[in-house]
Design a protein around this ligand. Structure first.
Ligand code: URA
Ligand code: CA
Length: 438
């Protein structure tokens, strides 16, 4: 078999066999297939798609490229969650500890930022001392002790995704339903949880731009879960504006702490999506019998501070300085050289946002990577002051940029002005939840 022939097959919209897909994944992981050939194939998949059978084979080949984790010796239903990636999507840092505070067992492996979207691992590393690279035994020990642990993918868990993810991030090959499904599900299946809640984002700040694509991704992933006998629920939620107000690593961590400290009101988008995901996790864990019961358990875990205590305990176990997880401590982690407001050129209503551009504005300030080797500045990014539907005056601040390196400051300001659309009349607001797929 020659890789060049398989690339041409995909270029000609032909189907790849199980054996061919296995050859590709295997060859790429052990270095026989170079990055440039893999990039070409990935691009052909982005453009010409894969069918369900190919996507399932890709998922399984990727999952089997490395170790899989056995969590069966931990008590209870092990529940995991995963977002398909968005902007200001800080749900894991809120939901994982909340579910643990309600008696759940949350064992989760997270990823880094990809393209314009943030990653939980990058956010965790904004806390000094945190080591996200823990051996599996230590990971399980932390789960046993605190009920919750979120780490990076360990050394040899789905090495195929590690390599493909990094390559896709910088070759414009993220946006593909089968590639995203295989990437997410290979990791989720390898990580060993019994039950998985998937948050499929749709909109201007998501990889899926249409509700149809998002539903297709959700259904494909639920099917793959069934194939390997896991309980999977997928929700399709809105990403037509940043979910939280903060975009950037320490900034998003701060917002998660604020929420867990009871400072974010019910009805807020981040709060509500966290409640939705937490509810599904508690239901799959058999810890609640109804949506209403689950929600009131989660709300109690916010009000009592039990959720925040769980997050502190987890950060402590990961080697981080948990004393920083206070409102003042988080402010200190978000200290930067300059705060720069971006002012509206005209008054009216915020009628739409291109959330992907908002993600990019935070990135060019240093919150994300432009190449695989780039370092991240945890403190930089931006905080939005407006949501879609809000009234805005001329010269009122749309957002505040958190800046250390000013090299790309003008670029970030222009990007923000382009990202936030202002009109004379308010638009109807898009729903927060589009579908729940079981
Ligand atoms: N999240 C993932 O884990 N993989 C993707 O490909 C996209 C989002
Ligand atoms: Ca950079």
């Amino acid at each position: 078999m020659r890789m060049v022939d398989l690339i041409e097959k995909k270029v000609n919209c032909e189907e790849l066999s199980s054996g061919e897909i296995h050859f590709i994944v295997d060859g790429f992981v052990n270095g026989e297939i170079p990055d440039y050939q893999m990039s070409a194939l990935l691009m052909a998949i982005v453009l010409n798609d894969m069918n369900e059978r190919e996507a399932a084979d890709l998922t399984l080949s990727m999952m089997r490229s490395g170790d899989t984790v056995d969590l069966s010796d931990l008590p209870g239903v092990k529940v995991d969650k995963h977002s398909s990636g968005g902007v200001g999507d800080t749900t894991t840092l809120v939901v994982a500890p909340l579910v643990a505070a309600c008696g759940g067992t949350v064992a989760k492996m997270s990823g880094r930022g990809l393209a314009f979207s943030g990653g939980t691992i990058d956010k965790l590393e904004s806390i000094p001392g945190v080591n996200i690279a823990q051996p599996i035994e230590r990971f399980k020990e932390i789960v046993r002790k605190t009920g919750v642990c979120v780490i990076g993918q360990t050394g040899n868990l789905v090495p195929a995704d590690k390599k493909m993810y990094a390559l896709r991030d910088v070759t414009g090959t993220v946006q593909s339903v089968p590639l995203i499904a295989a990437s997410i599900m290979s990791k989720k299946l390898a990580a060993g949880a019994d039950a998985i809640v998937l948050d499929v984002k749709v909109g201007s700040g998501a990889f899926m731009k249409t509700v149809d694509d998002a539903k297709r991704l959700a259904e494909l992933m639920v099917k793959m879960g069934k194939l390997l006998k896991r309980e999977v629920v997928a929700v399709v939620t809105d990403m037509n504006q940043p979910l939280g107000l903060s975009v950037g690593n320490a900034l998003e961590f701060r917002e998660a702490v604020q929420l867990l400290a009871g400072k974010v009101p019910e009805g807020d988008a981040l709060y509500e999506v966290c409640m939705l995901l937490g509810t599904q996790m508690l239901l799959l864990s058999n810890l609640a019998e109804s949506d209403e019961q689950a929600r009131s358990m989660l709300k109690r875990a916010v009000d009592s501070g039990a959720g925040l205590d769980k997050l502190r305990a987890m950060i402590h176990e990961l080697g981080g300085d948990e004393s920083l997880l206070t409102l003042a401590g988080m402010d200190s982690l978000c200290a930067v050289k300059r705060l720069v407001p971006v002012l509206a050129k005209e008054g009216g209503f915020v009628i739409g946002m291109q959330a992907e551009l908002i993600g990019r504005a935070a990135q060019v300030l240093g919150a994300g990577r432009a190449t695989k080797e780039d370092a991240i500045d945890p403190a930089v990014g931006l905080v939005m002051h407006k949501r879609v539907g809000d009234r805005i005056e001329q010269n009122e601040a749309i957002c505040t940029l958190y800046v250390n390196d000013e090299t790309n400051l003008d670029d970030a300001i222009q990007t923000m002005l382009e990202a936030v659309e202002i009109g004379k009349r308010p638009e109807t607001i898009t729903p927060m939840v589009y579908a729940v797929v079981r």
